[in-house]
Ligand binder design. Structure first.
Ligand SMILES: Nc1ncnc2c1ncn2[C@@H]1O[C@H](COP(=O)(O)OP(=O)(O)OP(=O)(O)O)[C@@H](O)[C@H]1O
Ligand SMILES: [Mg+2]
Length: 337
């Protein structure tokens, strides 16, 4: 059995066929701090965010797409893998994604967490490459393809050719950082303390990075910072766009940096074919238009952008034998562990 695993900062997605996700849940876990008992995971744990007693902790154990809390990542991986592996007779092979820039220690931690379940083989593929593969771009030929995968914890921008990464850049500022900016802004400007889930809701409802509309509003509910009582305020898309302008600049500059480092021949291909955006944050209003405006290159959002990476990991399972045959890790597509 072959499993594709996209263990993201915000969401975990698993596939065992190329049609649909077998698991698509927030990568969050709730546990009792007194006895370490796991109380909930995924969607159920997300519902508990900010609503628990002091005894219970609700944790997203991945940060910037790498492991921040190893024990909890292991728990989460084991829960998800056991949901899809009904038979334990044949151990699965797992293709999992990693950010473009990652240390060897971080890679080993991910391999370790997956291996703890008991797998036959772990193969790692860079998220942007998986995303390109997943959206149907031809990354095996001598032709440049550019993808920017934008999630909750990382922005991965890369140019690929001949199955490998020609240029890539990872920044650990993405959707979560925007949520933080919304929390800070609403507290500073309106004296209202809101939770993470409310901030994320606000971003997904009215977030817009190009030509925001003042008439687009969101009612944020929280606690008055002085009186401690419940209160609500209305914020509009112009205010919200303003509060994540630094992050938007970082995203645009990351794309420009990659383009500047791209060899001229590959750049020509990108100029013809355009840039593809994947990941949940690619759905933000104005994102594709903004990058197109700033780079002068055609930009489009992939179909089902949040699923591109896991779809690519699954497509890569077809090449596992080939990768295994080249154990010295010469395979450009993925690394065998
Ligand atoms: N319509 C939307 N508008 C704006 N942001 C959105 C929208 N839909 C999802 N997002 C954001 O996309 C992010 C989640 O994307 P995704 O599932 O690709 O992340 P991830 O893979 O878990 O994270 P990473 O790849 O960084 O580790 C969240 O920050 C979420 O709020
Ligand atoms: Mg991701």
């Amino acid at each position: 059995m072959d499993i594709a695993l996209d263990l993201g900062t915000a969401n975990a997605r698993l596939r065992i066929n190329d049609q649909e996700n077998a698991i698509d849940e927030p990568s969050v876990i709730a546990f009792n701090k007194e006895n370490n008992e796991i109380l909930a995971y995924g969607r159920d744990a997300y519902e508990m965010l900010g609503k628990t007693s002091a005894r219970i902790d609700v944790v997203f154990p991945l940060e910037g797409s790498v492991i921040a809390e190893s024990g909890l990542v292991e728990e989460l991986v084991n829960i998800f893998l056991s949901e899809v592996c009904t038979s334990r007779v044949v151990m699965p092979r797992v293709v999992a994604c990693i950010p473009g820039e990652i240390t060897e220690v971080e890679k080993r931690a991910i391999v370790g967490a997956i291996s703890s379940f008991g797998v036959r083989r772990v193969l790692l593929i860079e998220a942007a490459k998986a995303a390109a593969f997943g959206t149907g771009l031809d990354i095996m030929s001598p032709h440049g393809a550019m993808v920017v995968d934008m999630g909750a914890g990382t922005i991965d921008a890369a140019v690929m050719s001949l199955g490998g990464m020609a240029v890539s850049k990872t920044v650990k500022i993405a959707g979560n950082a925007m949520d933080e900016e919304i929390i800070k802004y609403i507290r500073r400007q309106h004296g209202l303390i809101i939770g993470k889930a409310m901030a994320r809701n606000c971003k997904e409802s009215i977030g817009c990075v190009l030509d925001p509309d003042e008439k687009s509003v969101f009612r944020a509910k929280g606690r008055d910072s002085l009186r401690g009582l419940p209160r609500a305020v209305e914020v509009n898309a112009v205010e919200i766009a303003e509060c994540f302008s630094d992050i938007t600049n970082t995203i645009v500059n990351t794309v420009i940096d990659v383009l500047e480092d791209t060899p001229p021949e590959l750049l020509g291909d990108i100029h013809t074919d355009g840039i593809v955006l994947t990941g949940g944050l690619a759905q933000m209003r104005g994102m594709a238009e903004l990058i197109e405006k700033e780079t002068g290159i055609f930009v489009r959002v992939a179909r089902d952008p949040a699923d591109s990476v896991v779809a690519g990991c699954f497509k890569a399972t077809r090449f596992i034998e080939e990768a295994e045959a080249q154990r010295a890790n010469l395979n450009p597509l993925m690394t065998v562990y």
